[in-house]
Design a protein around this ligand. Structure first.
Ligand code: FES
Length: 169
């Protein structure tokens, strides 16, 4: 299956940069500004690509490497855009034995993206998960808070995903 990597960029004149600059400038005490600025940037942009790190570095004087150190250490930060809906495909033992790989393959094939990736319309991000705690229903997939159970027959997966697409229109 072909997988694509989305290299989305944020325009230099995006007004959110001005908001971020004001936010940084409103903090006279620059101790801990890296963490605070990254949190605000993620609130504004939804994720933290390289260009946002560069901007924060320029505005705060904190080296880019240091900012990336914070971003990669804390799981709350995303360097890639996240989809509106988070798909968790359980790859725990019980689900694996019952065909989790087929579920994952079907989701990837249907959406055209692999694990850890987001669809170009930013509707879905595909994630592989550890045991989701409902092994009796394996193989299991969750979309946001919704559990989809007994998915050994993967033919129903496209229809499940379509329902989210329809809701988004
Ligand atoms: S192994 Fe999948 S829910 Fe437990």
């Amino acid at each position: 299956m072909a997988q694509t990597s989305h290299c989305m960029t944020i325009a230099d004149d995006d007004p959110r940069y001005e908001e971020l600059r004001s936010f940084i400038n409103s903090h006279e005490n620059k101790n801990g500004i890296a963490m605070t600025a990254l949190q605000e940037a993620q609130n504004l942009f939804g994720y933290l690509p390289l260009e946002v790190h560069k901007f924060i570095s320029k505005e705060t004087g904190v080296p880019i490497a240091e900012l990336y150190g914070v971003t990669t250490f804390y799981s709350q930060f995303n360097t890639e855009p996240r989809g509106k809906h988070q798909i968790q495909i359980c790859m725990g033992t019980a689900c694996y034995v019952k065909g989790a790989q087929k579920v994952l393959d079907k989701v990837s094939e249907t959406l055209g993206v692999g694990v850890g990736m987001t669809t170009p319309d930013q509707l879905f991000t595909v994630n592989a998960a550890r045991c989701l705690g409902c092994c009796g229903l394996s193989p299991v997939m969750m979309i946001d808070d919704e559990v989809y159970a007994n998915l050994a027959d993967v033919s129903e997966i496209p229809a499940i995903l379509d329902r989210y697409r329809e809701k988004a229109q």
